[in-house]
Design a binder for this molecule. Structure first.
Ligand code: ZN
Length: 217
C-alpha cells in the first residue's frame, strides 16, 4: 500500500492526545492570548475522563480576532456540551483580550491588521494607516484641493491632530455650528511633516509586527 492510500481522516486521536497536542501548540498562539489559552487547556484537562476518551479537538486557529479551538466531528463522539462550553469561553475571552500583550482589548478592523488589540498596541497601526491614506490622496494636489477644499478637524484621528499647528486652524460656520477646519492649501504644506511622522510610526509598527508576524490573517 502506498502512503497516499492511507485515509488520515480515519485515524482517531484520544481526547488526552488532543489535549497534549494543544499543550505543545502554545507557541502557535499569539502571545497576549497565552494565559487564556493555557486556562482553556487546563479546563479541558480537568474534564478528561473515560466517557470523553474519544472526543477530539482541533488545533488553535485565529479567525477574525478570535482564538478558536473546535471539537472535531468523529464517528465515535457526539458534540460534548461541557467541552464546547470550555471552547466557547476561550473564544469569548479572546475577543476582549489584546492578542499582543494580554491587556483588555477589542476587535479592530483595519486595512492591514484586523485583530483584537488594546489601545496601546493598536494606535500606532491606526495612525500609520491614516497617515498613508492622507499622503496617498495628497500626491495628486489638484484633485486633493478639489475633493477637500477644507479638511475638517473632527475627521482627523488623535495622533494625526498632533501634527497640525494651531495657526493652521480656521473656523467654519455650517448648519448653525462652528467647525474647525484646515484649508487644503495649508494641509498640503504639512506633507513633509507627515512623512517624518510616518517614518517614526513605521518603526514602531515594525517592532510590533516583529513580535507577531506569524499571526497576520
Ligand atoms: Zn496590547
Amino acid at each position: 500500500m502506498r502512503f497516499a492510500d492511507f485515509d488520515l481522516d480515519g485515524i482517531e486521536m484520544s481526547f488526552a492526545t488532543c489535549i497534549a497536542r494543544l499543550e505543545a501548540s502554545v507557541a502557535d498562539v499569539p502571545p497576549g492570548w497565552h494565559s487564556i489559552y493555557l486556562d482553556c487547556v487546563q479546563d479541558l484537562r480537568g474534564v478528561e475522563n473515560a466517557e470523553r476518551a474519544l472526543v477530539e479537538v482541533g488545533v488553535p486557529t485565529v479567525h477574525r480576532g478570535r482564538l478558536l479551538i473546535e471539537q472535531l466531528p468523529t464517528a465515535h463522539s457526539q458534540p460534548d456540551a461541557v467541552v464546547q462550553g470550555i471552547l466557547r469561553k476561550l473564544a469569548a475571552r479572546s475577543v476582549c483580550t489584546c492578542q499582543l500583550c494580554g491587556k483588555p482589548g477589542w476587535l479592530r478592523s483595519g486595512q492591514s491588521h484586523p485583530g483584537t488589540y488594546c489601545a496601546d498596541c493598536w494606535t500606532p497601526r491606526a495612525l500609520r494607516s491614516e497617515i498613508s491614506d492622507w499622503l496617498d490622496r495628497m500626491n495628486q494636489e489638484k484633485e486633493f484641493k478639489a475633493a477637500h477644499p477644507v479638511v475638517l478637524w473632527d475627521a482627523l484621528g488623535v495622533g494625526f491632530k498632533a501634527v497640525v499647528p494651531d495657526d493652521a486652524l480656521h473656523t467654519l460656520q455650517a448648519a448653525g455650528r462652528t467647525l474647525l477646519c484646515i484649508t487644503a492649501e495649508r494641509f498640503l504644506q504639512l506633507r513633509e511633516q507627515l512623512k517624518l511622522l510616518k517614518a517614526t510610526v513605521d518603526e514602531q509598527v515594525a517592532l510590533l509586527d516583529a513580535s507577531e508576524y506569524r499571526w497576520h490573517h
